[in-house]
Design a protein around this ligand. Structure first.
Ligand SMILES: Cc1ncc(COP(=O)(O)O)c(C=O)c1O
Length: 363
């Protein structure tokens, strides 16, 4: 990881958000690191977004404004969540100066009822964002009527209060210049939900959206108040191909060593699916590329072998040569590492990934 590049990325996203009257609440699933979260907060992030309770516990004493953008289903998660809302963290000393303000995104009346029950039992209050599907087809209620129904149910329940609307436009992964239509379609769906909430007397205080592929178009969405873009701290092959970042903004690479050139037209490196992650992206061949030879794709992966395709290059790597690989999707590659070697100017140090795993954070 190049921390100077990461800091530059954080500053650029924070500045863009500020210039457009938006907050930036980065998703920490990309880096899972307290040190990197601090970089984001120092650059001007308004809070942090998490997906797991482990991430929430790890980040709780860094910010007092945490969003769990994942449905909290099941007793164990609710217990950890309400413990945090009551001012506890996984760190035994607690976070010192007051409870964490917690907001949770959900899309189901049963999940809302369990959350409300758990909060009431522990005498804590948690904010709720109702999630609406805007095209990804993963989570989120279908449209304005369901959004209003959940907003009403939230305000009627104990222990929870309605804060607003959340969506994730993860279906838009086309090149930037082809995004106008899909982004406008998301805007229309959003506008419909916002009109319905206003009419029902539940105006949202927060409208949370954004993704890295659509990052620089976030201001075109009506009513948006915050963006959760997370991959933008490091960027990846997808971001470069979409056009949202140039290769000079890539802050994370997998340093690998060429271990074989015996098969003509190929070089094999010691980074396979257990280092790069075997995540295919629609419309893209391969699993990554070589930073200094972008014409060379990681064409295939087995667990510990990465196959570099040399058919489009004059470069002939030697056994023992080191290469830096850019994965298709940075978040899943980061999650495979025990720790990250970070370069900070002239210095090198190890970055811990405290947010990895599922178990409780014990500091
Ligand atoms: C709910 C949610 N919010 C925000 C993000 C961050 O988006 P990106 O990875 O495009 O930065 C993700 C990523 O998967 C997500 O699932």
């Amino acid at each position: 990881v190049d921390l100077e590049v990461a800091r530059g990325n954080a500053r650029r996203v924070a500045r863009y958000a500020r210039e457009h009257g938006l907050s930036w609440r980065p998703h920490v699933k990309t880096h899972k690191s307290r040190a990197v979260a601090r970089i984001q907060l120092e650059a001007g992030a308004s809070g942090l977004t998490v997906a797991t309770l482990r991430e929430a516990e790890v980040m709780a004493d860094l910010t007092h404004d945490l969003l769990l953008a994942y449905p909290p289903v099941g007793r164990a998660k609710l217990e950890r969540l309400t413990h945090l809302a009551a001012g506890g963290t996984g760190v035994p000393a607690g976070n010192g100066d007051g409870p964490t303000r917690l907001t949770v995104a959900l899309d189901d009346p049963g999940v809302l009822a369990s959350l409300a029950g758990a909060c009431a039992e522990r005498e804590v209050e948690v904010g709720v964002l109702v999630e609406m599907d805007v095209g990804l087809g993963r989570t989120g209620v279908a449209g304005p009527e369901e959004v209003v129904a959940l907003a009403r149910a939230t305000d009627a329940a104990p222990g929870v209060f309605f804060r607003g609307l959340l969506f994730y436009p993860g279906h838009i992964r086309s090149r930037e210049e082809e995004q106008a239509g899909p982004v406008a379609a998301v805007g229309e769906r959003l506008a419909g939900a916002l009109r319905a909430l206003e009419a029902a007397g539940h105006p949202p205080e927060v409208v949370s959206g954004g993704s890295t592929p659509t990052l620089w178009r976030s201001h075109l969405l009506p009513g948006l108040t915050e963006i959760r873009s997370g991959s933008c701290i490091y960027f990846d092959r997808e971001a470069v191909e979409v056009g949202v970042a140039g290769p000079d903004k890539l802050a994370y690479t997998v340093l690998a060593t060429v271990v074989s050139t015996a098969v003509p037209g190929r070089a094999v490196v010691d980074a396979g699916s257990k280092a790069l992650a075997k995540e295919a992206r629609a419309g893209q061949e391969g699993y990554g590329f070589v930073l200094d030879h972008p014409e060379v794709l990681v064409a295939g992966l087995s667990e510990e072998h990465g196959i570099l395709d040399l058919s489009n290059t004059d470069w002939r790597p030697r056994v023992g040569e080191r290469v830096r690989l850019v994965p298709n999707h940075v978040c899943v590659s980061v999650n495979l590492q025990d720790a990250l070697l970070a370069r900070d100017g002239e210095e090198h140090r190890w970055l811990a990934l405290e947010g990895r795993g599922r178990g409780p954070w014990t500091g």
